[in-house]
Design a protein around this ligand. Sequence first.
Ligand code: ADP
Ligand code: MG
Length: 288
Amino acid sequence: ATMPPLLSAIANAGRHGVLVKSAVVMERLGQVDQVAFDKTGTLTEGVPQVDEVRLLAGSSLTGDELLALAAAAERPSEHPLAGAIVGAARARGLAVPAAADFTSEPGTGVAATVGGRRVAVGAPARLAGDRGAALAERLEEQGRTAVLVEVDGAPAGVLGITDRVRPGAAATVAALTALTGTAPVLLTGDNPRAAGRLAGEVGIGDVRAGLLPQDKVAAVRAMDGRVLVVGDGVNDAPALAAAHTGIAMGRAGSDLALETADAVVVRDELAAVPAVIDLSRRARRLVV
Ligand code: ADP
Ligand code: MG
């Protein structure tokens, strides 16, 4: 027997490394009018590296102590930045102490008690105090994500973190623009300087930065037409759910993303996104 077109499209999508969860999703992919990308872990590889450790004037810590405290606070977090910070501490051979009272605020950062000290790690703009702001801005202008480390309520240092753009990101943006007739947008919780720099590299003109998870949802709802959101589920699971169709990057993606999204790019290749839209359209032409 011949397979129904949408089912063979699902099989084909699988060959492109995309797990499409149902025939309904396979059909919807071809209806998309515009695409919105998350940045960290989606357009970037999601394997960020700490390449700057800077102490603020007046801090009594060493760079290694700062990094060890930050790593201790980040260890329970699933965020790619947390992985970078813990990995950097391990690479320097530092002992990462145990943390208690861990809390995490999506799109903002984490806090925990480490050896009796309260440690907060997160976006410089959202943590109290602006003493690190000038330093953070300088790192961000170079395309880095700057993360402020506060100890007992006082800014102690800034970590500069770099994440590589995924290979093929620019070609994918161009292909999606051609397929949908509308340029993709970038929705990110990261700072406008680092976001703008990455957007320029991949050919995205419309950049919405500094967004909290609920801001990403509002941005998706405010866009015209049927929006495909491509994310990694870290701080963007609500946007994946609010979209007409949500695709998660599988390898960097959180468990929540794999559950929330309509489809998962298992092999983590961005080129698979325009490929499945194209497959959907071909299948729908055969169905109609
Ligand atoms: P994106 O939209 O680029 O994927 P997120 O929304 O996940 O970014 O995070 C936005 C910003 O919030 C990060 O750039 C960082 O400044 C801060 N942040 C979020 N989670 C953490 C964390 N675990 N540790 C440090 N900073 C964090
Ligand atoms: Mg992300």
